[in-house]
Design a binder for this molecule. Structure first.
Ligand code: CTP
Length: 397
């Protein structure tokens, strides 16, 4: 998957920089062309001679080569790259990247890069746990960067905790998987439902739910980053797509969402039903506000809304793939499996309300994915923006 890919390997000043040589070797072995960009303090930990010998290219650290005055264009480098990976990324570089402090070649190159950026933090446990690191990583995620979480173990300080850079083999695998998915999703038409639906009771009130659309929009951004042509049919939310190629069809009610989806579905390759669709709507929404004074407590008669996933599932043709989500409070697995079958889905993603870090309005989620062929995969709690890639990777195509 990495054959012929142009990769910028950014190296910063952390003890894990010695592992960057192994990563570089692995990338080159898999056929990638790698340009190393190192920070001045990175050079204190690993020599440019080692890195240029392994990459077959001069290592770039400064804006100019001192003796010739040759300018190294971070803009050209940024355009050349198919991916940029910063491993190890220190707390300092993470902070500079998050805030655009472009005082070295590595950060200027990062700011010029159009390609996906992978960041593998490495630092001591207290630095890793510091709120400023957490906030900076959250900022970098919100810009669409991929954070390769550090692992827990013995650190350079001999303390034990989270902060070890992910192993080079795993980082190379992550890059490889990313390009593999890009290949399968490139140009594919993806339809995603997101957010809640609002079912009008009167002009000021509705029946709705707590969905914020975060998971659906994270899926949309991730699919678009991987080259898919993405349409989101979205209930009322305050989130917007980060990737400007994502098309949004805004709707309010389940009926409108169903109409929009059935219109798009025939030309769709992959449908991903993330929306929390209200199952019932008031039978006769009023056009005047229901008043409190001088009235009995009103009774609202409800009618069933269309089941959008089941409607699309019923007309699914060979070559189309349909993925549903399930949010259950009890009998989670059996309920999810019965929805997988009854809605003719190829995969269902179960998130449980039992985990306070999963479900509505959270930035993280924990899921188990069940496939129609009986296989399953569990993904531990992680940011929705990163989980979105795992879910896309698991879709049977
Ligand atoms: N779904 C849908 N249309 C509906 C209800 C649900 O498209 N009217 C989709 C959701 O987007 C999700 C899946 O079906 O992908 C399961 O949604 P969920 O609300 O968990 O299931 P329901 O079928 O509504 O069953 P219940 O609410 O009874 O658990």
């Amino acid at each position: 998957m990495l054959k012929g890919k142009h990769i910028i390997l950014g190296i910063t000043g952390g003890i894990a920089a010695y592992k960057s040589a192994t990563l570089l070797r692995l990338l080159v072995k898999q056929g990638a062309e790698v340009q190393v960009v190192i920070t001045p303090s990175g050079k204190e930990f690993i020599t440019p001679v080692t890195l240029s010998a392994l990459s077959g290219r001069p290592v770039i650290c400064d804006f100019f080569t001192a003796n010739t005055g040759e300018w190294h264009s971070h803009v050209d480098l940024g355009l050349w790259a198919d991916a940029m990976v910063i491993a190890p990324a220190t707390a300092c570089t993470i902070g500079k990247m998050a805030h655009g402090i472009a005082d070295n070649m590595l950060v200027t190159t990062y700011l010029s890069a159009k390609a996906p950026v992978f960041i593998a933090p490495a630092m001591d446990l207290d630095m890793m746990a510091h709120p400023s690191t957490t906030a900076n990583l959250a900022l970098l995620r919100s810009y669409g960067n991929h954070i390769i979480e550090p692992t827990a173990g013995e650190l350079a300080s001999h303390l034990i905790g989270k902060g070890r850079m992910e192993e080079p083999e795993r980082i190379a695998d992550i890059l490889s998987q990313f390009f593999a998915r890009t290949l399968t999703l490139q140009g594919k038409k993806v339809l995603i439902t997101a957010g809640p639906t609002y079912e009008r009771i009167d002009p000021v009130r509705f029946i709705g739910n707590f969905s914020t659309g975060k998971m659906g929009y994270a899926m949309a951004d991730a699919a678009a980053d991987l080259g898919a042509d993405v349409t989101v049919v979205s209930g009322p939310v305050s989130v917007v797509p980060r990737n400007s190629s994502v098309k949004v069809i805004p709707v309010e009610s389940a009926k409108q969402m169903c109409e929009a989806c059935t219109g798009v579905w025939p030309s769709t390759d992959i449908g991903i039903m993330c929306a929390a669709v209200a199952d019932y709507a008031p039978a006769s929404p009023l056009d005047k506000k229901i008043k409190r004074e001088g009235h009995d407590v009103p009774t609202i008669e409800l009618v069933k809304n269309p089941d959008i996933a089941a409607t699309l599932g019923a007309s699914k043709r060979p070559g189309q793939t349909l993925v549903g989500f399930a949010l259950e409070t009890d009998n989670e697995e059996s309920n999810a499996l019965s929805k997988l079958k009854s809605k003719n889905l190829d995969m269902i993603v179960l998130n449980s309300l039992r985990n306070p870090k999963a479900g509505f309005a959270t930035d993280t989620n924990e899921v188990t994915m069940f496939h129609a062929d009986g296989t399953r995969q569990h993904i531990a709690t992680k940011p929705k923006t990163e989980l979105a890639y795992d879910i896309l990777n698991a879709i049977p195509l």
